[in-house]
Design a protein around this ligand. Structure first.
Ligand code: AMP
Length: 215
């Protein structure tokens, strides 16, 4: 069994989920005037939803919550706020996934206070209903058993963090390339491909975290 249950997400899946999310919003008869992406995970889905719904007003708020892949390292808080008023507007907040729900809660509260829109709704691709503190207004998939979605826009970042965990937990800093890749596959149950493995390993080697003799 992998040490962290992980699902490797493809670009095709992202496109499909974003399309379906847009259709759910459309079918509900509600049309947002503006979309606010929760950075950074909400950027790609928000942009795709704007594409399908033909919405040109796209802003973002950056909320920090999860640090390293699959580990919460801080209380959710706004890093970069929405800098404009959205009075009278219907606003849709989009994130990739609602896990604990803290990021959406913080983003929503911030938007109410800072931008004062007429109405706010929330939409995500995945809603982890077993742990989330809130239910988004729109979601494509209800997830009951917690899993880490390895989205394609943060492949190198997640791989770097996952590899760093292997080094920290095994206490081993010197590896052969194949050995490290095999260990990664055993621990996480996914294969991110050679190019991503190399990019992540190069970053960790440059930081002095590990040494891979045959890179
Ligand atoms: P949360 O505040 O716990 O709802 O999650 C905040 C952000 O962390 C999400 O928008 C994702 O970018 C990331 N995240 C949290 N949980 C997961 C997960 N299970 N899989 C992938 N990304 C996640």
């Amino acid at each position: 069994m992998p040490k962290v249950r992980t699902k490797l997400v493809t670009w095709e899946e992202v496109h499909d989920w974003a399309f379906r999310l847009a259709r759910l919003i459309e079918d509900s008869g509600w049309r947002p005037d503006a979309v606010v992406a929760v950075a950074r995970g909400g950027y790609v889905p928000a942009r795709l939803v704007c594409d399908v719904l033909d919405i040109h007003d796209l802003l973002s708020v950056q909320v920090l919550h999860w640090g390293r892949a699959a580990e919460i390292t801080a209380k959710a808080h706004v890093k970069y706020p929405v800098p404009v008023k959205l009075e009278g507007k219907k606003v849709l907040i989009i994130d990739d996934i609602c896990d604990t729900g803290d990021s959406l809660i913080v983003a929503r509260k911030h938007l109410e206070e800072a931008a004062a829109p007429a109405e706010i709704r929330t939409g995500v691709m995945q809603w982890i209903s077993s742990v989330a503190k809130i239910k988004p207004d729109y979601y494509v998939e209800e997830v009951k058993d917690w899993v880490w979605y390895q989205y394609p826009w943060c492949r190198v970042e997640d791989t770097t963090n996952f590899l760093e965990k292997i080094v920290a937990e095994t206490g081993r800093h010197e590896w052969r390339f194949d050995e490290l890749v095999e260990t990664f596959k055993e621990w996480y149950g996914i294969d991110v491909g050679e190019r991503v493995f190399r990019a992540a390993i190069e970053k960790l080697a440059a930081r002095g975290v590990l040494k891979v003799g045959d890179l």
